[in-house]
Design a protein around this ligand. Structure first.
Ligand SMILES: Nc1ncnc2c1ncn2[C@@H]1O[C@H](COP(=O)(O)OP(=O)(O)OP(=O)(O)O)[C@@H](O)[C@H]1O
Ligand SMILES: [Mg+2]
Length: 189
């Protein structure tokens, strides 16, 4: 948690291996994944680790509009090497769990913001990540829809055994966390 400009997105992007650190290093389970001095995994290994072990839910739920919601959820699983039939089964199950079974084959451009964010949650979980990072995942949603999306994100991360690392400036969202860390001027307090 922290005010605008305190470094929440930066920290999540570095921790989730989307951006390199400008100093220091990122470790998980005794492995150095990314480091400013160039040690840690090489680029290919780091991309593969991110794909297979980490999930990311963005504030603005980017989707591939040429693909259906089902195909959007399947995509990271297929990139990670899962065969198409298994990826489809996994994606169908996840879409059902986020309440979108009947929307699996819609045009993504016709989905509401809340529906898109639920697809994004399913997509983040498809490879059974050890950690899911969510950057203000409900900032673009109304209060009721945002609360429903958060319920799903917490419940499905827990069901998948994934740690959930969530950035927010909303105290009611922060109140749901098991641990609360405060960022100020780029530093954790
Ligand atoms: N690539 C970059 N190079 C230099 N400065 C950057 C870069 N990205 C972000 N910053 C700066 O770092 C600070 C933290 O930005 P960040 O996006 O992490 O904040 P935030 O806590 O996510 O804010 P918000 O709540 O508005 O999303 C800001 O001052 C921003 O301008
Ligand atoms: Mg931010």
């Amino acid at each position: 948690m922290g005010p605008s400009g305190s470094g929440k997105s930066t920290l999540l992007h570095v921790a989730a291996l989307l951006d390199p650190p400008s100093s220091g290093s990122v470790w998980l389970d005794g492995t150095c994944l990314s480091a400013a001095d160039g040690t840690g995994l090489d680029d290919d290994a780091r991309s593969l680790f991110r794909l297979r072990r980490l999930g990311f839910v963005h504030q603005t739920y980017p989707m591939v509009v040429a693909l259906t919601p089902l195909e959007n959820v399947m995509l990271p699983a297929e990139y990670a090497g899962m065969d198409r039939a298994a990826a489809r089964t996994r994606a169908v199950d996840l879409l059902a769990r986020v309440g979108l079974a009947s929307h699996a084959n819609r045009d993504v451009r016709t989905l509401s913001g809340g529906e898109r964010q639920r697809v994004a949650i399913a997509r983040a979980l498809v490879n059974r990540p050890v950690a899911v990072f969510a950057d203000e995942p409900t900032a673009a949603l109304d209060t009721t829809t945002g609360a429903q999306v958060l319920d799903l994100l917490f419940a499905e991360s827990r069901a998948s055994g994934a740690a959930l690392v969530l950035a927010t400036h909303d105290p009611t969202v922060a109140a749901r966390a098991d641990h609360l860390l405060r960022l100020s001027g780029g530093r954790l307090g």
